[in-house]
Write a protein that binds this ligand. Sequence first.
Ligand code: ATP
Ligand code: MG
Length: 290
Amino acid sequence: MLVADTGKGAVELGPTLSIFDPVYIGIDEFGQPKRVPLIERNILIGGEPGSGKSGLLNGIVAHAALSLDCRLVLLDGKRVELGQWRKCAEEFVGQDIEQALVLLWRLQKMMDNRYDYLDACERRKIIPGDVFGPYLVAIDEIAYYSATVGDKTQREKFSMRLRDLVARGRAVGLIVAAATQRPSSDIIPTSLRDLFAWRFGGRCTNDSSSDIVLGHGWVAKGWSANTISPNNPGAGLLIAENGSPELVKVAYLDDRTCAAIAAYAATLRATAPASLERRKLRPVPVAAAA
Ligand SMILES: Nc1ncnc2c1ncn2[C@@H]1O[C@H](COP(=O)(O)OP(=O)(O)OP(=O)(O)O)[C@@H](O)[C@H]1O
Ligand SMILES: [Mg+2]
């Protein structure tokens, strides 16, 4: 519960979450709630068009938006999928590869500074209530930036910078949640894909796509996201803590619910005590990040 001290006593502003709490994803096949810790993790979300990827990403962003110990950075190739969270986000990048590149560059620099700090303090990773807070970097349609717009150099730079965030961000609180329809090697380098610890595979068109999303070999072991009905969006195979796929049905936030949560989260963020304010990403001249 977030409490404001008004000078005349404490006023409860409302409940909040923490990004150090496991994130509610939906229900498992026994109808039990499925929660997944995201701190110190990254998640790759794949599946055919309409399989429910953006739905899951919105659920994750909703948790992070309600977590006042977490800052949000959103990249959305469609603009409307994560657009409702704009007021809660420190940065929102739509259909602009240059802006996306600058943002990833700034995050890389922030990550370097955080490692300098940890090194100087002889520490190894972020803890709850740390002097620097976690960031959720949510990307809907990686393919838009890594394989569609801009020129080859820009697209490669995007994949390279994102790879660095996924590779080194864990210990300093950078969480990457990224969705794309089919993360094959022509869309993102396999060296980037293979770094994602957690995977969610919504329905896939065939077994080979399922293995690309979940990791090679799961089809041979009997786990294919092709077995999911096309009429069941949000159902998919989740690989998280127990290491092998589990069937889950993602909780869906419709437009009105998303808007309501986003408005509440934005108000909480705007009225949060100053002690919750952490140093923001500093703007940089575009030329420096080119
Ligand atoms: N968990 C869910 N439960 C029920 N319905 C869902 C769920 N997730 C998605 N849907 C329905 O499926 C539609 C498509 O979902 P969503 O936009 O998340 O798909 P997507 O995989 O992101 O598609 P695309 O690749 O085109 O972006 C939604 O508009 C919604 O109607
Ligand atoms: Mg989508």
